[in-house]
Ligand binder design. Sequence first.
Ligand code: AMP
Length: 544
Amino acid sequence: MFGNMMHRPLSIIEILRFAVEAHPKAEVVSVRTEGDIHRYTYPECYSRVGKLAHALAKLGVKTGDRVATLAWNGYRHFELYYAIAGIGGVCHTLNPRLSAEQMIYITNHAEDRVMFLDTTFVPVIEALADKFPKDMHYVVMTDRAHMPKSGLNLLCYEDLIQDEVEEYDWPELPEETAAGLCYTSGTTGNPKGALYSHRSTVLHAFTAAISISDGLKEGARVLPVVPLFHVNAWGLPYAAPLTGASLIFPGGALDGASLFDLMDREKVTSAWGVPTVWLGLQSEISSRGRNPEGFASIIVGGSAAPRSLIAAFEKSGVTVCHAWGMTEMSPVGTHGILSAHHKDTLSKEELLDLKALQGRRVFGVELKIVDENGNRLPHDGEEAGELFVRGNTIISSYFNDTEATKAAMDADGWFGTGDVASINDEGFLIIQDRAKDLIKSGGEWISSIDLENIVMAHPEVASCAVIAVAHPKWDERPLLIIVPADVVRVAKEDIDALLLDHVAKWQLPDAIEFVDELPLTATGKVSKLTLRKQFADYKLPDMK
Ligand code: AMP
């Protein structure tokens, strides 16, 4: 027997409509590419979202169409999130830090029809437009006065929406309708798309709001340093209006000093981002000898947060919540908010030990760890295995990618994260290692296998391997280990030149080491584990 309750489809635009009615004074503040600060309330934002929806419809965007964005964190990007999803389109956030090759692949795979971009990225688009899908409309996210000159036919955002009416008759969409698309790096080959729905997005917003309630509440002023092109800034564009929190968007300047000034001026209470940006902010805090005014909490994730970083913030009175998640999970999987009994019974040092773990699962995300045969392992904090997840905010397949889907899902429909973890008897996740051959630098991925395949083409290289070396600022950086084909040791400049045809500059290895042979596993593969142990204390050039 079913219950007798209404069924209203979960809908993204309803979050903003709710904020307009329930939190009309909460703000969206943005550092603009134009160089100034822009601020408005959720009701003012909603009026522009309606106008934008009309403009999108006039550009021919229909249900299911992908609309790309290439932009920093700012109010126009936020408007696009709601207008595109509101009319049934898919907001596809492109990561500007990817290589040209990957951007070309992604826009074609996604079949983007319109691309919205910040002025910053006009040169990028000019170089790539002839490889992007044909007939793409390009809209620059600025006003007429700031439109750059270009050989491309560029439309102007403010011109497009200027004469449109504010009211839009939002369609009632089935809640499974696709709403957002974000690509993530594969171990090798092409990036893979996570296609979020209205349902998964709204449920994720609920989850974030109840799990990370310290930072997300009415009156909070939340700074997403995590970009809107990284898993929807961890869902903040939805969770903040849902809770009545204001959003402070930092634009493109993410260095410690810029963040400090913005946070201080805007009285940011909670800031979200990867460890690398918090290292920058922390050093700014030490040199100024104080915290930005009102600063109460940070949410750190995307890479393991060093215990020393957590300790430094906690010492200055800022609560740190260490979270873990993935693009494929919308992304939040676990969070590190501790229980009252921890605070009552544990010493300061023990509390820090606990905060350095990846925290406990959020409602709606189940975790299991398994051995190589898929057998479940106990949650005893000792046994480690690959971590699998299941829940309504986790992908059931990759977007139009059967191979990648097959590799990721197990027979029972759980998604394999590629992380190696243990879980203790209190439910705390402890990420131990990464089964996927990827390096994470400053929150962005580098594929070791891609680098190896390219380097192998060099005639002076007999074989090679790329491993991650721990780095104090970037978390991990790539080290290239080469077995020379002959006596000649290939120069780093030659390798860099070869790689730069395919990868972005920041993805180049930091150093090359030459060895006589690479260690092998029992099955004859290069043993990355042995190499990582061998080079565990390796100091890259900028660490010496
Ligand atoms: P992404 O899809 O880019 O968000 O990357 C997700 C991956 O980043 C995870 O599978 C982990 O390998 C890593 N990761 C994310 N958060 C953490 C964390 N708190 N500690 C350790 N690794 C993390």
